[in-house]
Design a protein around this ligand. Structure first.
Ligand SMILES: NC(=O)NC(NC(N)=O)C(=O)[O-]
Ligand SMILES: [Zn+2]
Ligand SMILES: [Zn+2]
Length: 466
């Protein structure tokens, strides 16, 4: 479904890959036809009386955000999150595509049958478009090609326990099989890049420390876990051409290793985007530092953990230097009971999907970034990662007219009553953020305006015919 007829979206600040300009986005049947200057737009209006004009004035006109890391958890753990709630939060946050992670739902997305189960619970219940990750677990290598054919954007695996029994982590021998199955498919393997080698050592370190103190949890997951994981991943790169992606980079120490791996791959002739070695970081690593986390507040708990201020500043620097590719939410909610005050026992995962754009803009604008950069990190790069860049992630002719009007100067405070995801626990309650999403359009149709969702769910599933 898409808006029919001709539409022209006007703004003094149309944000494209080349910068901001006064002009318009011409849309037909839900697709972007052209990007016009103001003069061209005026001429077009004069010559086409029937055109529907939507004038945003001073509001920035941007591509909808693509959040490639969202745990929806339905079916199976629908009390944690569901398709309606997650995608309505997304729409309110200016996100027009989410990509669902393969775990926490039951069943996990590790076989074609399981993908069908997930897709049928999503169908008709999504306010924005939804893509899907498949999962690589122990011994599911024979399912991977079917999942690729069905249209999953790629696969996620864990190198340490995932937190849920039905999604066991893999080891080197499993990775051999998974890479072999994916070779030549064009798909990618994304890693939860933490390896836990010496549990006893860590337990000794945190033994008798206060489990409610955030620092106790932080000590239990040192940067070495991320470094060891990157070494393991790197050891495969000269044996495979499969694209690899590191999700939720927390420790800045891994970024130089990733860059070296990328350079080696490019030198070896890998022509994939970024040499097929990419990495994301998340809003929480760029917005919060460990020093700020109050005792007993496990809504800040995630894995890998939020680290200290010095690490946060380094992540920003790497992002500005184009050494990290994109910024996503890793929205991974649960019910409030699972977020107990014991930081070692609480569920690891932060809820933030609705606020990603404003969280990033709040920090990024203070560091001198413009909306074109925001769009790169939050729209075009995640779309490219997921292989949907021909449909999503930019204001460009031929792409879906997934569009937002954004007021970059307005502010709002996060309160429970505006949160649309199912469980309202988030570290951002009470925080004032810069940048307000005024309107969200999906394929040219208005789906969210000024605090309200508009109409029934109009999202589609980004899958091939199942
Ligand atoms: N089982 C999870 O949802 N895990 C997630 N949890 C986090 N990041 O704390 C993740 O992406 O690893
Ligand atoms: Zn993870
Ligand atoms: Zn995640």
């Amino acid at each position: 479904m898409a808006a029919t007829g001709l539409q022209l979206f006007l703004s003094k600040r149309v944000v494209t890959a080349t910068g901001e300009a006064d002009g318009g986005v011409l849309v037909q049947n839900g697709q972007i036809q052209d990007i016009l200057t103001r003069e061209q737009a005026n001429t077009f209006i004069a010559e086409n009386e029937d055109i529907k004009v939507v004038d945003g004035g001073d509001l920035a006109l941007m591509a909808g955000v693509v959040d490639s890391h969202v745990h929806v958890n339905e079916p199976g753990r629908t009390a944690w999150e569901g398709f309606r709630t997650a995608t309505s939060a997304a729409a309110a946050g200016g996100i027009t595509t989410i990509v669902d992670m393969p775990l926490n739902s039951i069943p996990p997305t590790t076989t074609l049958e399981n993908l069908k189960v997930k897709a049928s619970s999503a169908q008709g219940n999504v306010f924005v478009d939804v893509g899907f990750w498949g999962g690589v677990i122990v011994d599911n290598q024979d399912s991977l090609k079917d999942l690729v054919k069905a249209g999953v954007v790629g696969f996620k695996c864990f190198l340490c326990p995932s937190g849920v029994d039905e999604f066991p982590n893999v080891e080197a021998k499993d990775l051999e099989k998974a890479f072999a199955a994916l070779e030549g498919t064009g798909s990618l393997l994304a890693f939860h890049a933490e390896v836990q080698e010496d549990n006893e050592e860590i337990e000794k370190k945190i033994f008798k420390k206060d489990p409610e103190e955030y620092t106790t949890y932080l000590e239990s997951r040192p940067p070495k876990m991320e470094l060891d994981a990157i070494s393991l991943i790197s050891s495969f790169l000269n044996k495979t051409n499969v694209r690899v992606h590191v999700v939720h980079v927390s420790s800045a120490s891994v970024v130089p290793l990733l860059n070296k791996a990328r350079q080696q791959r490019v030198a070896a002739g890998n022509t994939a985007w970024r040499g097929g070695v990419t990495a994301e970081t998340c809003h929480h690593y760029l917005s919060i530092s460990a020093e700020q986390i109050p005792r007993g507040r496990s809504e800040y708990k995630c894995a890998p953990p939020i680290r200290d201020l010095d690490n946060k500043e380094k992540l920003w620097q790497y992002l500005l230097d184009d050494k990290l590719d994109m910024v996503v939410s890793d929205h991974s909610p649960c019910t409030p009971e699972l977020k107990c005050s014991n930081n070692l026992e609480a569920w690891g995962g932060i809820s933030s999907v609705q606020f990603g754009l404003s969280l990033f803009w709040t920090e990024a604008s203070a560091r001198g970034l413009d909306l074109t950069s925001i769009s790169k990190y939050m729209c075009s790069a995640p779309a490219q990662l997921c292989g949907i860049q021909h449909r999503k992630g930019a204001l460009k002719p031929g792409l879906d007219a997934d569009i937002i009007f954004f007021d970059p100067d307005a502010q709002f405070t996060v309160t429970a009553d505006i949160i649309r995801h199912k469980n309202k626990l988030t570290p951002y309650i009470g925080k004032t953020l810069k940048g307000v999403v005024k309107k969200t359009y999906l394929r040219g149709e208005l789906i969210y305006a000024e605090g309200e969702l508009v109409g029934e769910p109009k999202g589609i599933l980004l899958l091939n015919k199942l």
